[in-house]
Structure formats: structure tokens, C-alpha cells
Design a protein around this ligand. Sequence first.
Ligand SMILES: NC(=O)c1ccc[n+]([C@@H]2O[C@H](COP(=O)([O-])OP(=O)(O)OC[C@H]3O[C@@H](n4cnc5c(N)ncnc54)[C@H](O)[C@@H]3O)[C@@H](O)[C@H]2O)c1
Length: 248
Amino acid sequence: MGRLDGKVALVTGSARGQGEAEARLFSEEGASVVVADVRKDEGTKVAAEIAETGGNAEFVHLDTTDAEAWEKAVRNTVSSFGKLDILVNNAAIWKGEGGIEDIASETWDVLFNVNCKAAFLGMQAAIPEMRRVGGGSIINVGSTLARHGAATSAAYSGAKAALALVTRSAALQYASEKIRVNIIHPGSINTPMLREGTHGKHLDIANRIPIGRLGQPIDIAYGALYLAGDEASFVTGIELVIDGGTQA
Ligand SMILES: NC(=O)c1ccc[n+]([C@@H]2O[C@H](COP(=O)([O-])OP(=O)(O)OC[C@H]3O[C@@H](n4cnc5c(N)ncnc54)[C@H](O)[C@@H]3O)[C@@H](O)[C@H]2O)c1
């Protein structure tokens, strides 16, 4: 018995990093999985590898900032797998911003669009399908940077903090329909985002983490697995910090 047997999940940004780990783990636990990303080659490969090991998976090209593309992705999911139970709004970007006076107006808009508004668009597209089957689980992905200031990440932090409050508002709105909405705040996780964003200096960060190592994508995937499944049926509106003790 898998912990997600019979469920259907769509994971954004699952061509690599944490989203990839979530897609693979959800499949191992019995879910049919839609791998959604703008990276076609990597995403297709992840879905194909899941299918090779006996899972149900398909890739869909999805730019999460595009409302029409969301409608199509949800439609495809339902036509392939019959329904949608789990949505992980994981896709995001982290780019060097600089201080307030350095942030270009376009950079601000891109970071808020991809890192906050896109999850709202995803929820809008997915909730009617979850309502149709009597419930669902939405997992948004924030950051520990949503919970404290960061001198050179005001736009990224601000967008993720906004997403946390959007999450809690949605949780209240949809609790009576058994659609749960939670957010995970990862700390420093060893993914392409962290390696690229720190220009390969990611291992230096490990010294500042109480547990003494960087997080791995699977550390976040296990948290997402818990929130996705029925074991968490009484859990909504929470902010789950997974950061090796950094914010203790
Ligand atoms: N890695 C970390 O240390 C860290 C820390 C805190 C929070 N996070 C958050 O965790 C999540 C996953 O990050 P990661 O480290 O795995 O990143 P990653 O860059 O390794 O992977 C992100 C994936 O999202 C996809 N993506 C980006 N924009 C997209 C869009 N508009 N539409 C569709 N796909 C898009 C990318 O193509 C990529 O495959 C993000 O929400 C990130 O902000 C990461």
C-alpha cells in the first residue's frame, strides 16, 4: 500500500530540484503524477523515468504565470488520469536582486508573478476539480526567507511572505470543502537553484545550519508527502518549516 494510492498529483517546477524529488516520491507512494515545467527536455525525462519504473506520469509544458496554460494543464491532467487531488505549487525563481535601490521594476514584477501570483493562478485552476471530487490538498512552497528580512532579497522574500498569507486565507476559505492549503518553507536545499544562486559556494552555507548539512530535495519531498496524503486530513493553513534548525 502506498501512502498516495489512487491519487493524482500535479507538481510544478518538477523537471529538477525539489519538484522532481516530489514527483518521484509521490509516484513511489502510488500517485499518478503530472510533471509540469517550462523545461521540456528535463521534464519529459523525469516523466519517462517514472513511467519506466512502473509509475503513471506525464509531462506537461506549463508556464505557471500563464492562466490559460493552467486551464490546459488541469484539463490534460483530468483527461489523462480522471481527476486532480494534489497540487504542489513549487516552481519559482531566485535571482540576484541587490538592495531596494538596485531592484529593477521588471525584476520586482517577475519575482512577484512567478513566486506568488502563479500559485494563485494554479489554485484558481485546480480548486474546481478538487471540489468536484470532494476535496484535495494544495501545497504551496515558500521559503524561510518569507519569515525574516534579507538585505538583498526584498522582492523574493516579499513575494514568498505574501504567498504564505494567501495560503492561510485560502485554507480558511476552503476548509469546509475539504480542500486543504498549506505552505512549506524550505531552508537551504542543495538544488540547481541554490548552486546557481550562490555561484557554487553553496557548501559554505552548511556551516551555518544547526544540523550541520544542507537540506536535500528529498527532505522537502517527505514534508510534501505528509501534507499531500490523508494522514494530514486535519492539517490546513500551516507553515511547515524544514530547514535543519536554522530558525529554531
Ligand atoms: N533551494 C533552496 O535552497 C530553496 C530555499 C527556499 C525555498 N526554495 C523554494 O523551493 C522551490 C523549489 O526550488 P528548487 O531549489 O528546487 O529550484 P530549481 O531552480 O532547482 O527548480 C525550480 C524549477 O521550477 C521551474 N520553473 C521556474 N519558473 C517556472 C515557471 N514560470 N513555470 C514553470 N516552471 C518554472 C524551473 O524550470 C525548475 O525546473 C521554489 O519555490 C524555491 O523558491 C528553495
